[in-house]
Ligand binder design. Structure first.
Ligand code: MN
Length: 718
């Protein structure tokens, strides 16, 4: 066990002006807090945080991280509280200890590591300060070093598997190769002791048959470099049993075929030297083709850079050589931690840690590495939150997601029927925004349906699409209902029966393939029930003449009408008094335009149709509770367009129609629909639906039409 004075001495060696008192205070606090607790090994519990602090000192971490290492288990495992720590050690350390504590609690939740990838992201997202993650890795490293003391085999394997799936990749991600290798091999020893033992025995056999190959090869390599007057440090080692095993697995080769059981590392000062050394080695020994890798010109994602090559070495043994600079070496071993070990010559450019670029910026702009750490936030995955189902599955959601998003992420059926949500055991409003690590329990009911108001707070596309789909269906049904009742009324006024046959006739006249579409258009107010009933009546009475020019014109306008309706700009902003989120439609019967007194007809809570107050339809209307008091906005968007109906009587002469349409377009009106309603040999009655800006615009068009000689009468139609 490392002793207090050793810890301080080692820390002082790289951080001479650190606050010795602070370390002593943390030491005493942790020792007292853990009291007589013991570990599985029988050692006093306090030995664990002390060893963790020792590991952190080896990594040359800052004093705040060392203190965090000493205190990391006090909140979770002793009577000490976060408030105590905050009072005694200040905000920064309290925040770090809190971070590590939260990660430890997370571990307890995760019996299942099936979703390792999401879980790793969760750990990263929760490590808002990268030191939290590094302390956690040191904690895990010491626990793994002492794992063999744990008697329960299942527990041992669970911890080892978690280490392999969660912490090894995290260590690799932040470039801490040394920690990664050790964690991996310790986990391997628990998870597959037989495989590890067989590899170890092969290695032992190799050692017995050829004494100290590593030393001999080292000696030979040094001689070669000396001949070329290169000063570099060379070290040799056997690869860890796990990495040998993985290579055998991945490449499906036998132990003997592995080229790189022995790896030699040559560390020099500068990059040009690295390539020089590579040339010397390639000259002196045979190169194994296809093994050369230049991670110097293209570093790995975690910042690792080095030259790798495989050779038939001095003893005719296959060896791997890794060539790199001192600085690259520090990054390879310590990853992120190397940033503050190398604080002076910190010339790590953005290329090396794409995802750490933000950190590097801060590093460049602060002289003090401690300040750098304080401002360091791990920004990866900060745009996501990770929550748990009651069973412990991790659900990844975008930041700002609510319980409804969570429910839809599980299944659209669950989302559609959500009635309540419990977050961390407490019932919360459905609009509650979720945070990392929240456990969410969704309560459903078969009778519950999505509410259109949900659309205002959900953030995921899936939730939004499901809610819309439901609302649209609901709206469609309600417009159908309304359309049916309007048609019923109009049919009975015209003394015709509301039958499928009669609807079929209407469909033929108005070019619908399905009666439902026609009924729903009436519900929307795109067509009036009256015009439909009258047309059926005319057809039944067989008073219609053959398809005339007028009908052809009508048809043409009907077609263009359909496209105009689709293009119609959103004019919701034009009206005051609307309930937000409600669908809005302008009635086709009275064509309300800005300036008119208007009222809204609520279609069973899901949509509003705007009518003029004096619309004929409204006169018959007997359900005042379905009417909304509305008015136009004072400031209308310039691009808003409304459809107004103009009734025109003109003298039946060639070119009359053309005179009329020309005048309308001269006044800037766009004809949306035109229909001949009555015809005698002398006069035609037509209505024209014109797209206009507002009432002034309409007045100008009407005034213009009145100047046309062939037009005998003009009025606005309602
Ligand atoms: Mn611990």
């Amino acid at each position: 066990m490392i002793r207090q004075f050793e810890l301080i001495q080692r820390l002082k060696s790289y951080c001479p002006d650190m606050d010795e008192e602070l370390i002593n205070k943390a030491y005493v606090f942790a020792m007292k807090a853990h009291g007589s607790q013991v570990r599985a090994s029988g050692d006093p519990y306090f030995s664990h945080p002390l060893e963790v602090a020792g590991i952190l000192v080896e990594m040359h971490l800052d004093p705040a991280s060392i203190v965090t290492g000493l205190l990391h288990d006090t909140v979770e495992d002793t009577l000490a509280t976060l408030e105590d720590i905050q009072k005694l050690f200040g905000d920064e350390i309290a925040r770090l200890v809190d971070g590590v504590t939260k990660l430890s609690r997370l571990e307890l939740q995760s019996e299942e590591t099936k979703q390792a990838e999401n879980f790793r992201k969760l750990v990263l997202a929760m490590s808002t300060d990268i030191r939290v993650l590094i302390v956690k890795l040191a904690d895990r490293l010491h626990n793994m070093r002492t794992l063999y003391h744990v008697d329960d085999g299942a527990k041992r394997r669970r911890i080892a598997r978690e280490t392999m799936e969660i912490y090894v990749p995290l260590a690799e991600r932040i470039g801490m190769q040394g920690v990664k290798d050790e964690l991996e091999d310790l986990a391997f020893a628990t998870l597959n002791p037989e495989a590890r033992e067989s590899i170890l025995s092969r290695l032992r056999y190799l050692h017995e048959t050829s004494d100290n190959q590593v030393e001999t090869i080292l000696f030979e390599l040094r001689k070669v470099l000396d001949e070329h007057h290169i000063t570099a440090s060379i070290s040799g080692r056997e690869k860890t049993p796990y990495s040998i095993w993985r290579k055998m697995h991945m490449k499906n080769v036998a132990f003997e075929q592995l080229s790189d059981i022995m790896a030699f590392r040559i560390v020099c000062e500068a990059i040009p030297e690295c390539y020089q050394i590579l040339g010397i080695l390639h000259n002196a020994y045979s190169v194994i083709p296809g093994k050369f890798k230049d991670y110097m010109s293209t570093p790995k994602a975690n910042g690792y850079s080095s030259l790798h090559t495989s050779l038939i070495g001095p003893l005719n043994q296959r060896i791997e050589a890794q060539i790199r600079t001192k600085e690259m070496h520090a990054v390879a071993e310590l990853g992120v931690a190397a940033h503050w070990q190398y604080k002076q010559g910190a010339s790590l450019d953005g290329k090396q840690y794409a995802w750490l670029r933000g950190l590097l910026d801060i590093l460049e702009h602060t002289s003090n590495p401690q300040e750098f750490l304080e401002h360091t936030k791990l920004e990866m995955f900060q745009d996501q939150v990770f929550c748990f189902t009651p069973k412990g599955d991790v659900i990844a959601l975008p930041k700002g997601a609510t319980t409804i998003d969570f429910a839809y992420a599980l299944h659209s059926q669950i989302g559609d029927h959500t009635i309540a949500a419990r977050v961390n055991g407490r019932q919360m409003p459905l609009r509650t925004i979720l945070h990392n690590g929240d456990q969410v329990d969704i309560v459903t009911s078969k009778t519950q349906n999505p509410s259109p108001t949900w659309e205002r707070f959900v953030v995921t596309g899936k939730a939004r699409a499901c809610i819309r789909r439901f609302t649209r269906q609901q709206q469609k049904n309600q417009f159908l209902e309304l359309g049916k009742s309007l048609l019923h009324k109009a049919f009975s006024k015209e003394h015709i029966d509301y039958t499928e046959d009669n609807l079929k006739i209407a469909c033929e006249i108005f070019h619908y393939t399905q009666a439902d579409d026609l009924i729903s258009d009436v519900g929307h107010g795109h067509r009036t029930a009256k015009e439909i009933a009258q047309s059926i009546n005319n057809k039944l009475k067989n008073t219609t003449t053959e398809a005339s020019l007028d009908e052809k014109i009508e048809q043409k306008f009907d077609e263009s009408n359909a496209t105009i309706k689709k293009q119609k700009v959103d004019t919701k902003m034009s009206i005051k008094g609307l309930i937000p989120g409600m669908a809005l439609h302008y009635a086709g019967c009275c064509h309300p335009i800005p300036g008119d007194k208007i009222t809204g007809l609520v279609v069973t809570g899901k949509g509003v149709t705007i009518h003029t107050v004096d619309c004929a339809l409204m006169a018959d209307f007997e359900e005042p509770e379905r009417l909304l008091d509305l008015s136009w906005n004072d400031h209308l968007d310039d691009t808003s367009r409304f459809v107004a109906r103009i009734l025109i009587t003109f003298v039946n002469r060639p070119g009359s129609l053309a005179h009329m349409t020309t005048m309308i377009s001269k006044q800037g009106g766009n004809i949306a629909n035109l229909k001949v309603t009555h015809r005698t040999p002398e006069f035609w009655d037509v209505f024209v639906d014109v797209e206009i800006k507002d009432q002034h615009h309409l007045d100008a068009i009407i005034a213009g039409l009145r100047t046309v000689p062939v037009i005998s009468h003009v009025e606005r139609g309602k």
